[in-house]
Design a binder for this molecule. Structure first.
Ligand code: ADP
Length: 193
């Protein structure tokens, strides 16, 4: 069965970890715009160069750049049977671009999962990740800014999807397996076993 899912939530909520679990469970590709940007930074591509200053500052990469990237990725054959988007859409313009893409293909999203996590907890998690993984944007000031950008630009999208009846909220605090279980339960309630 086709699955088209979005995972939304603040930085540090564990989206990447859960995306990895869900991709195995549903056998669909997980597409993380953050991971794609980081890979491009490492490879020093043109896209990486465009994204670098924004990422280092904890700002969103411009919509036009991100929308083109996602459109290309979702057009790959492995996405025909479904996909899980992690970290996209992040702005209302990205929602519009995604809606347009899906409409062109004549398909729709099945569900949007919000991973809910308290800001104090995510700041602690990201501080730990800064030490473990050395991500430049996990510096404490940049983290605070990313949370702010999330609150202003991305949190409003939760209401958009809630109004469409697509949203399911899941508590992101707990053991990794426990959270995966909650997501799968929430999706099965929505007839997505
Ligand atoms: P987090 O969710 O922890 O902030 P991500 O890996 O999703 O981490 O994103 C890291 C950075 O990549 C963001 O701060 C932003 O600069 C860029 N980025 C990722 N996804 C998007 C997007 N959909 N739109 C714009 N910028 C993005």
């Amino acid at each position: 069965m086709t699955r088209r899912l979005l995972l939304i939530g603040p930085p540090g909520a564990g989206k990447g970890t859960q995306a990895g679990r869900l991709t195995e469970h549903f056998r669909i590709p997980a597409i993380s715009t953050g991971d794609i940007f980081r890979q491009n930074l490492r490879d020093e591509t043109e896209l990486g160069l465009k994204a670098k200053a924004f990422m280092d500052a904890g700002d969103n990469v411009p919509d036009e750049v991100t929308n083109d990237l996602v459109r290309d990725r979702l057009s790959q054959p492995d996405c025909a049977e479904g996909f899980l988007l992690d970290g996209y859409p992040r702005t209302t313009d990205q929602v519009r671009a995604l809606d347009e893409f899906l409409a062109e293909k004549g398909v729709a999203l099945d569900a949007v999962v919000e991973l809910v996590a308290d800001p104090d907890i995510v700041v602690e998690r990201l501080k730990k990740r800064a030490v473990d993984q050395g991500r430049a944007d996990d510096d404490e000031n940049v983290v605070r800014h990313r949370l702010d950008v999330y609150a202003k630009q991305t949190a409003p999208l939760i209401d958009v999807y809630a109004e469409r009846g697509m949203l399911t909220k899941v508590n992101g605090i707990g053991e990794i397996d426990e959270v995966t279980g909650r997501i799968l339960d929430a999706l099965s309630v929505r007839d997505l076993p």
